[in-house]
Design a protein around this ligand. Structure first.
Ligand SMILES: [Zn+2]
Length: 208
C-alpha cells in the first residue's frame, strides 16, 4: 500500500510525495511516448521532466484506489442519541472523468440522519475525497458516497448532491463553459418529500 489514510489527512489535499518507484518509471515511459505521438519533442528543455511530473500527478489524482472509505468512517464512530439531520455542505470535489481522463470539479453536499451513531464531520469530507480521487463518473461518485455512509453508519437516511463542471464539456465537445451537472441520490428518510425539501432548502441557503 503506497498511501495510508494518514497521508490524506487535511481533506486529502495534502501533497503526497511518496510514490511507487516501479509504477512511476513505467508511467514516465508511456507519457514520454504520448508526448511524441502528439508531435512533441520530448527531449526539449521544457518537457524533459514532464513525464515524471505527469506520472506523479496522475498517481496523486487517483490515490483514492488505495483508500478504504468505510475505514475512514469506522475510525471515528460515536454513540449519540441525536436524530436530526446532519449536513456537511460545500465539500470541494476534484475528480477525473473516466471517459476522457479530464478533471471535473465542483461541490458535494452530504446529509444523514443518525440512528444512534454519528461520525466526525471531517470524515464525511474525506469519504467524498476518497471516492473522487479515482477515475469516475459523477453519477457513480454520488451513489458510492451514499452507499458507503448508509452501509457503515446505518443511519435513518443519507442524501448526497453533487454539482460539478466537467472539463470534457467545457474544453472540448460542446464547449458549454458554464454548464454544471447536478446529481443526487437519497436513502431512507430522505425518500420522504418533506425531508428531502428541507435538505435542499438548507444546502441552498447561504449562511455566510
Ligand atoms: Zn468526460
Amino acid at each position: 500500500m503506497e498511501f495510508s489514510s494518514n497521508e490524506t489527512e487535511n481533506k486529502g489535499f495534502t501533497k503526497i510525495e511518496k510514490f511507487n518507484q516501479e509504477t512511476t518509471e513505467e508511467l514516465m515511459f508511456h507519457y514520454k511516448k504520448v508526448l511524441e505521438l502528439l508531435g512533441e519533442d520530448a527531449e526539449r528543455e521544457g518537457l524533459e521532466k514532464t513525464p515524471l511530473r505527469v506520472a506523479k500527478a496522475m498517481q496523486f489524482l487517483t490515490h483514492g484506489y488505495h483508500i478504504k472509505p468505510e475505514e475512514i468512517l469506522k475510525s471515528a464512530m460515536f454513540k449519540e442519541e441525536y436524530r436530526q439531520m446532519v449536513i456537511v455542505k460545500d465539500i470541494e470535489v476534484y475528480s477525473m472523468c473516466e471517459h476522457h481522463m479530464l478533471p471535473f470539479v465542483g461541490r458535494a453536499h452530504v446529509a444523514y440522519i443518525p440512528d444512534g451513531t454519528i461520525t466526525g464531520l471531517s470524515k464525511i469530507a474525506r469519504v467524498v475525497d476518497a471516492f473522487a480521487r479515482r477515475l469516475q463518473v459523477q453519477e457513480r461518485l454520488t451513489t458510492q458516497i451514499k452507499d458507503c455512509i448508509q452501509d457503515t453508519l446505518k443511519p435513518l437516511g443519507v442524501a448526497v448532491v453533487i454539482e460539478a463542471t466537467h472539463m470534457c464539456m467545457s474544453m472540448r465537445g460542446v464547449q458549454k463553459q458554464n454548464s454544471t451537472t447536478t446529481t443526487s441520490d437519497f436513502t431512507g428518510a430522505f425518500e420522504k418529500v418533506a425531508t428531502r425539501e428541507e435538505f435542499i432548502r438548507l444546502i441552498s441557503t447561504k449562511t455566510i
